[in-house]
Design a protein around this ligand. Structure first.
Ligand code: GLN
Length: 484
């Protein structure tokens, strides 16, 4: 059962082959017996999941089931869930029981998807390895000595290990795509504004975007059909006509123009990753796609720009965690200042504190023009590069990450090395574009991800291009040993 995709599970429910309660119990049993090897979940919500499953079975019996009714999923612990701890993997929110549901959570509730639990992540989504979590790191199911990527590392590991058929994630600089690549699953970061940020704990608001993580492109499309849509409670939510994101799964790729950004194929890419990407390019050529070299001349500046913009926004967003209203409060504060300082000093981990300091510095009166304003100008140039590239091509293909999964602890001592694991993903967030990562092969036994970047609102095309690849390859079907 657990080896089936979301689409297959939905069909099995539709045929009466299995009930939602049976399915939910099955995945809960897997979590119980296998997650001690991974630590992919912070909270398991078995009772609520079974209650939703019973309601889903009843809805189905009444003929009221939608495409995903009764299919269990997990939510990244950055999405607020009513009555359930929402920790953002931080000591700051370890005691926080959300009084309301995030927009995304509401939408999955409305269609009747049982929620098995909340997934582990980097603290406040700041990280690329899931090692900054206050609940301990997540292990990669392909090699438990290695990281699953981050920040949506728990969601990625849970899906890769078949503990859940689908998961939500968020992507501020690569946090859906990079862990998807490192664990051999498929993940989609939508166009900025597609998915409501209401109740999705803010890290860097102009970059944060929720999206689906599952085993296949088709599954990501099914999830995006639930997740996407206007939400007036999010001031950057887009008002667009309803759309079936899987409408173009079977569109031919003959004549499709695929861009290869010359800047992404230079130094720094692991030879094993380069070989896999070359093979993927050959595959698309056989399907009739044409390849064109494109230039993204400012993309080399995206990591430095991001590490000004994202910390600046985070320093402002995280000011709300003051020990007064909710979350962690230090013991016996002497006075108000002591309360603020110790609550924040004890409640936030070192990476979060580093970001707050960098952001506060970049926004301070004497440095605002030199750092923040300059970064915003370069951000525009990065977006313009993509605009020009999409005048020549339909989609852009690149690796998702320069290397496969690295060892736990390998990069924790050097933040800059860690930041560089997002070199190929960050520019997309700065531009607000949709992009996905899908499994494209292995290097020394570890999964390699291929990234497809689309023009604004082109998720359906991206999913089609990915689906055609998955029809002709089996990488997305491989399960890590011990989790088959
Ligand atoms: N790894 C990047 C960071 O640490 C991106 C994180 C994310 O997308 N949430 O900020």
């Amino acid at each position: 059962m657990h080896d089936k995709t979301l689409a297959e599970l939905a069909a099995a429910l539709g045929d009466g082959e299995v009930s939602s309660v049976e399915l939910t119990e099955h995945f809960l049993r897997r979590i119980e017996s296998l997650d001690n090897r991974l630590n992919s979940l912070i909270t398991v919500t078995a009772e609520q999941a079974l209650e939703t499953a019973r309601a889903a079975d009843a809805a189905r019996a009444r003929g009221e089931a939608g495409p995903l009714t009764g299919v269990p999923i997990v939510h990244k612990d950055i999405f607020c869930t009513e009555g359930v701890r929402t920790s953002c993997a931080s000591r700051m929110l370890d005691n926080f029981i959300s009084p309301y549901d995030a927009g995304v959570v509401e939408r999955f509730k409305a269609v009747g998807c049982p929620v098995l639990g909340k997934t582990n992540m980097d603290e406040f989504a700041m990280g690329s390895s899931n090692e900054t979590s206050d609940y301990g790191p997540v292990n990669n199911p392909w090699d438990t000595q290695r990281v699953p990527g981050g920040s949506s590392g728990g969601s990625a590991a849970a899906v890769a290990a078949r503990l859940a058929p689908g998961a939500t994630g968020t992507d501020t600089g690569g946090s859906i795509r990079q862990p998807a690549a490192l664990t051999g699953i498929t993940g989609l970061k939508p166009t900025y504004g597609r998915v409501s940020r209401w109740g999705m704990i803010a890290f860097a608001s102009s970059l944060d975007q929720g999206g689906p993580m599952a085993r296949t492109a088709e599954d990501c499309g099914l999830m995006l059909n639930v997740m996407a849509g206007f939400d007036e409670r999010d001031s950057t939510s887009l008002e667009r006509p309803a759309e079936d994101f899987n409408a173009r799964l079977n569109t031919t790729l003959k004549g499709l123009r695929i861009g290869l950004p010359r800047e992404f194929f230079g130094e720094g890419m692991d030879p094993g990753v380069a070989r896999v990407i070359d093979e993927a390019i050959d595959f698309y050529k056989k399907l009739g796609a044409e390849f064109v070299e494109v230039a993204l001349p400012h993309s080399g500046l995206s990591v430095p720009v991001y590490y000004v913009v994202a910390p600046a926004e985070c320093s402002s967003n995280l000011a709300r965690f003051d020990g007064v209203r909710y979350g962690y409060r230090c013991e016996d504060p002497k006075d108000l200042m002591d309360l603020y300082m110790r609550s924040r000093g004890e409640g936030f981990g070192p990476e979060v504190q580093r970001r707050i300091m960098v952001g506060t510095y970049a926004l301070s009166a004497g440095y605002f023009d030199a750092y923040y304003l300059k970064a915003q100008k370069i951000r525009r140039l990065i977006a313009d590069d993509f605009r020009q590239a999409f005048e020549q091509v339909d989609v852009i293909l690149a690796p998702t990450t320069p290397t496969t999964a690295f060892r736990l602890g390998e990069k924790t001592a050097d933040p800059v090395t860690m930041y560089l694991s997002d070199v190929y993903t960050i520019a997309v967030n700065l531009a607000g574009l949709p992009a996905m990562s899908l499994p494209a092969g292995f290097s020394e036994g570890l999964p390699v991800g291929m990234q497809l970047i689309g023009n604004y609102f082109d998720e359906a095309r991206l999913l089609g291009v990915a689906h055609q690849y998955q029809l002709g390859t089996e990488w997305h079907q491989m399960a890590p040993a011990g989790f088959e």
